[in-house]
Every structure is written in structure tokens, then in C-alpha cells.
Design a protein around this ligand. Structure first.
Ligand code: F6P
Length: 541
């Protein structure tokens, strides 16, 4: 595939950027009074207003041309066909098969995977129903009231985010908790007020070898066995979600209580696989099906909408525009929904583990900026902490503001208040406040320079009817395919994560050096040696 910088579109965008970099959103809106109605796109129930971006119709045309020249449609189709587009791991990338309807055929190595996907979904639904109805009992015959997902990264962030997002759809008579960190405090906090006899652990790990998860799983097993005074309790208090039957068996879980998935589902793309078991128990199988339908609706939009009206393609291209032409380093994602509090953290893994890459698909240095730093907090909280820097700081921070037309809470007035902030922030960021306007408002001259808001700060506003399972699925799939679009433009492998391995290997080497009763023979650099020595001394070794 062509390197993006070798395409005609990239060269054209470079000279186009020189022409438009100083253009103000004020001017663009003044020149085209209908801009706010035309620079929009809709799909899968989501409305995207991208008019407050520093683009013209020509920019949009060139960005779409870039997507075409970089082969976004072809690579997308290759992904949906089950081709091994994760080339460094020689794997298909088929999270889209997780929400494919029955009857659709998607083949990996000649085998249709869709029936297997539905087989696991049915097994999950049967189990969820039994837990929710109380038919599945703990070892002492008590009903399960607490579900704890033990997992990290993609085996944690999606389930926790989805649980928070869909709280209003959950069974409120049950507790759902999530343990990820190897810091023992995480497990202790999650269990301190719970009765082991009423607690079910879902051990979620694609590999079933991840240090944090296996450590917390062992702690959980000890807690259950010690409290219930029987090894036999494991059968009723532990289920596993994994691709690794052998390790699950070794842990002592009957594979009848294991929910499988496949190597063609990347960890950060797995919240709608069996990794979503806690979500399904929380919201019930029917709502879970709605969640999958939302994902699927966005998949269909991604595959069928013209590129210039395609939400994931547009948002992906806009990120490339700011990242590679304006030199923006970050993207802010601000959901105006308290229930989406964990959405930015979820997106951090999705985007930064996918597109934080320094070589292209041919193993050459990419020679350009790739994945931006993703960050964010829910509105309106963020407005009272870091928005100042977005409004008046020296850095360009494109932001996605996500809002919902209907509240899930009973208070309509509060919802209007919340949403007024979405619209106001996008307006303020785009148009700011000029010295003339301040003067006309009577601002004292000495204050005027400090009060000026330059504006011209870009935003996407994503407007959704209400935060339902369907909407959440569509929203997540929007970002999955947005990441895909960016990665395809940069010609990188968005589906491997070699960078996280080195730290894991080094930590394994250091563990015995921290635990050893005798003075270890430290052979690190002088800084690491000194830190380990100090830690040992303070720990009393
Ligand atoms: O360390 C990174 C990572 O491999 C992620 O990609 C993954 O989501 C996470 O660890 C957890 O992995 P597993 O599900 O195999 O425990």
C-alpha cells in the first residue's frame, strides 16, 4: 500500500493547508450561512455536526481523496471478509463478526465463524438468565447477588464502561464490580463488604496468562475457598472468559463454565464478545442483543455510506487533518453524560494501543505523527477544570462533544441545562469573543486582552437520541472504525500491541529481585539498581 505522503492527495493537502491554516471559523460560517446544516452526517442513529472544524468543501474533498488513495474502502472490505489484515500477528480482525446476524457468512481459513459466535451468545444468554433468575446458586445454596469481573485492559475497560453507561438498564438488586489493578487494594476494596457465598467471579482474560488477572484470580480463589471452606466452591463461584481452554482448566474451572472467543478478536475490540458476559448479566440478554444491533448498525453504515457522509471515515480523517497538518498532539473526548464517565478511558486503550505505532506495514519508520493522545472527562465536570486551556491556551485541541437529546434521569430541567453546555461550549470554542465584542460589553480596557477568546477551536458534536444499549453499541463501533480509518491512512498495523510486552518482561525479571531475602545481584542501569535498592531497604530487606 502507498505511503500516505506519496499520495497525490497528501501533497495537495499540504499546499491546501498553507492556504487555509489561518482561516477562521467565523469567516467560514459568515460565507456559508447553511454550513451548520450541510457539514453534517447521520448514521446508525447518530448525528454528527462537523461544521465547526477548520475545513472547507475543498479540504473535505481532498481528505476523502486521501481515504480513497490510501485504500480505506478496500482495507475495510478485506477486514469484513476475514482477511488477515493484522499482518504482524498473521490474524484476521473480525470484531465485526461478533455482531453479524445469523445467516451471514464470514470465513476465517475457510471456516464460517458466525455460527460459533451465535453459539457462544446463546450459552452466555442461558447462563445470564440463570444467574439473574437466581436459578444459579452459590456453593452454600445462596443466590448470586454480586458479580465481579476480574480482567485488565480490553478484558476490563469495556465491561466497566458498559456497566456504567447502561446502569439504568441493569438489575439493581445485584452489585457489579471490576477488579483490574495488580495493586491488592483493588481486590480488597471490591470485596470488603461482600459475602463470598453470594459472589460470582468472571475471570476475563483472552490469554489467561496476564499477570495482573492471574494474580487477582488466585486471590479471589483463596478468598472464596477460605471463606466457604471448600475447594468445591470454585465450581459455583468462578466462570472464565478466554481463548485458552488449557489454562482455564489448570485454574480449576470446568470448561463447561467457560465462554470462549477467538484470536481474531483483539482485546480492545472485545467488549461485545464473551468478554461482555458481566454486561449481559447486568442488562439481560435482550438488552445485550440491542447493544449488538447498535454495533451492527454502525458496521453497516461504515460499509455503505459514501465516504463524505460516513461518520467513522469523517471523524478519522479529521483526526488525521489536525494530527498531521496542524500538528495537534491530542484529541479530547467529552461525553455530556455522567454515565459515560469511563468512556474516555475505554477510548484511550482502543485508540492509543491501536495507533501508537512507529513503523508502517512494511516495517519502515512511518516518518510522520501517528496516533494522538486521547483524553477526556465528562461534561460539565471538565469545564470547571481543564477547559480553560482549550479555550485560551496555546495548544490546538480538537474535541468530540457527545450529547443525548433525552435524559435517562427523571429531571428534564437538569438535562436541558446539561445540553445547553454542549451547544455553548462548541459555540464558544468556535467563535470565541473578540476585543470589539468585549469593548461593546463594557469590559475595562486593561482586562480585555485577558478576556479575549480567540475561538477557531474545532469540535465535532455527536448528538444521540438517548443512551440506550443500541446507542452505546453504535457509538463504540463509530470509534472502532474511526481508529481503523486513521490506521489505514497511516499504513500501520492497528491490531497488534508489541510495545506493551517489554515492560511486562522486565517486571517479571524484577519481581524476584524485590522478594529475595538475600542481596540480589542487580544488573540493571544505575537508576533502576538504585531504585530497587532503596525500595528493598525501606521494605526492611
Ligand atoms: O497488555 C496489553 C494487553 O495485551 C491488552 O491488549 C489486553 O487487552 C490486555 O493486555 C489483557 O489481556 P488478556 O485479556 O489476555 O488478559
Amino acid at each position: 500500500m502507498a505511503r500516505p505522503i506519496d499520495t497525490a492527495a497528501w501533497r495537495a493537502l499540504q499546499s491546501h493547508y498553507e492556504k487555509v491554516k489561518g482561516v477562521e471559523l467565523r469567516q467560514l460560517f459568515a460565507e456559508d450561512p447553511r454550513r451548520g446544516e450541510t457539514f453534517i452526517a447521520e448514521g446508525a442513529g447518530l448525528y454528527l455536526d462537523f461544521s465547526k472544524n477548520r475545513i472547507t468543501a475543498e479540504t473535505l474533498g481532498l481528505l476523502v481523496q486521501l481515504a480513497q488513495e490510501c485504500g480505506v474502502p478496500e482495507r475495510r472490505d478485506a477486514m469484513f471478509r476475514g482477511e488477515k489484515i493484522n499482518i504482524t500477528e498473521q490474524r484476521a480482525v473480525l470484531h465485526v463478526a461478533l455482531r453479524a446476524p445469523k445467516g451471514v457468512q464470514i470465513k476465517v481459513d475457510g471456516r464460517d465463524v458466525v455460527p460459533e459466535v451465535h453459539g457462544v451468545l446463546e450459552k452466555m444468554a442461558g447462563f445470564s438468565d440463570r444467574v439473574r433468575s437466581g436459578e444459579w446458586k452459590g456453593h452454600t445454596g445462596q443466590r448470586i447477588r454480586n458479580v465481579i469481573n476480574v480482567g485488565i485492559g480490553g478484558s476490563y475497560l469495556g465491561p466497566e464502561m458498559a456497566y456504567d453507561a447502561l446502569r439504568t438498564f441493569t438489575d439493581r438488586s445485584m452489585n457489579f464490580r471490576f477488579v483490574a489493578n495488580v495493586d491488592g487494594a483493588a481486590f480488597a476494596e471490591a470485596t470488603h463488604d461482600l459475602n463470598a457465598a453470594e459472589t460470582l467471579f468472571i475471570l476475563s482474560s483472552k490469554t489467561f496468562t496476564t499477570l495482573e488477572t492471574m494474580t487477582n484470580a488466585a486471590t479471589a480463589r483463596r478468598w472464596v475457598v477460605d471463606t466457604l471452606k471448600s475447594d468445591a466452591a470454585i465450581a459455583k463461584h468462578f466462570v472464565a472468559v478466554s481463548t485458552n481452554d488449557a489454562e482455564v482448566r489448570k485454574f480449576g474451572i470446568d470448561t463447561a463454565n467457560m465462554f470462549g472467543f477467538w484470536d481474531w478478536v483483539g482485546g480492545r475490540y472485545s467488549m461485545d464478545s464473551a468478554i461482555g458476559l458481566s454486561t449481559m448479566i447486568a442488562i439481560g440478554p435482550q438488552n445485550y442483543r440491542e447493544l449488538l444491533a447498535g454495533f451492527r448498525a454502525m458496521d453497516e453504515h461504515f460499509c455503505s455510506a459514501p465516504l463524505a457522509k460516513n461518520l467513522p471515515v469523517l471523524t478519522g480523517l479529521l483526526t488525521v487533518w489536525y494530527n498531521n497538518f496542524f500538528g495537534a498532539q491530542t484529541v479530547g473526548v467529552m461525553p455530556y453524560s455522567d454515565n459515560l464517565r469511563r468512556f474516555p478511558a475505554y477510548l484511550q486503550q482502543l485508540q492509543m494501543e491501536s495507533n501508537g505505532k512507529h513503523v508502517d506495514l512494511d516495517g519502515r519508520k512511518v516518518g510522520m505523527q501517528t496516533g494522538p493522545v486521547i483524553w477526556g472527562e465528562p461534561g460539565t465536570d471538565g469545564q470547571h477544570s481543564f477547559y480553560q486551556l482549550i479555550h485560551q491556551g496555546t495548544k490546538l485541541i480538537p474535541c468530540d462533544l457527545i450529547g443525548f437529546c433525552h435524559a435517562l434521569s427523571p429531571s428534564k430541567e437538569q438535562h436541558d441545562l446539561l445540553m445547553s453546555n454542549v451547544f455553548a461550549q462548541a459555540e464558544a470554542l468556535a467563535f470565541g469573543k473578540t476585543p470589539q465584542e468585549l469593548k461593546a460589553e463594557g469590559s475595562p480596557d486593561f482586562q480585555t486582552p485577558f478576556r479575549v477568546c480567540e475561538g477557531n477551536r474545532p469540535t465535532n458534536v455527536i448528538l444521540v437520541d438517548r443512551l440506550t444499549p443500541h446507542a452505546l453499541g453504535a457509538l463504540v463501533a463509530l470509534y472502532e472504525h474511526n481508529v481503523f480509518t486513521q490506521g489505514t491512512i497511516w499504513n500501520i498495523d492497528s491490531f497488534d500491541q508489541w510495545g506493551v510486552e517489554l515492560g511486562k518482561v522486565l517486571a517479571k525479571r524484577i519481581i524476584p529481585e524485590l522478594e529475595s531475602q538475600s542481596e540480589p545481584d542487580l544488573r540493571h542501569d544505575s537508576s533502576t539498581n538504585a531504585l530497587i535498592k532503596r525500595y528493598r531497604r525501606l521494605r526492611g530487606h
